[in-house]
Write a protein that binds this ligand. Sequence first.
Ligand code: ZN
Length: 251
Amino acid sequence: MRILILSDIHSNVEGLEACLEHAPQHDVIVNLGDVVGYGASPNEVTDHSRKLGTIVVRGNHDKACSGVMGIDSFNPIAGLAALWTKQVLTPENLAWLATLKQGPLFMDGLEDVQFVHGSPLDEDEYVIVIRDAIAPLMRAERTLTFFGHTHIQGAFSLENEAVETLRPMYRFRDKMESYEIPLRKTARYLINPGSVGQPRDGDPRAGMLLFNTETYSVTFLRVPYNVAGAQGRITAAKLPERLASRLADGR
Ligand code: ZN
């Protein structure tokens, strides 16, 4: 089975549509959460996500924007965007976001795989550097965890007590690229597809990932999209300008 994994779409419909248009052949889509928040197209991306995802994990922004939790833990810019999002979401989309389930979520037939937003141990925890990955790698109940939340594409592995960081290596900034990493059955992994709608790893292209369960490999992908279009909507919605400018930097 080929599973397309999307995460942190963050109300960026230009990024999402570019990913869907250029996605490699897949059988099913998994969404690791933060469908909304930050960007200016919450209803468009929620409409898409409602049709696409068989498995959709809830993210912290999905919780805040649908009223499942408050915005106390958010920085002022994220908080403003969450309040704006809550106001413009249709009642149907608001209700759908509010019912999203907390990770880890599982897929029938994939005994060793789980899907989370933050860490397998805490849905709101950030796994950014190798130090953050050690406990979840050792304690996760499944050998393969797909996670989001950090907006940084890449993976951590644990094998024979050695923890490693794996990063896709790309050559361009302005065209679509992919980078395949074969997985080892003897290792445990935490794997992040990157962010569709607000990358923070210095590469402004939208990120996604294909997991092929038969070849037991993951392919990281980066797709250029209409950044100016997404920025224009953020400006027109009078959301904080920083939310527009950061998209060009991938930060
Ligand atoms: Zn996010």
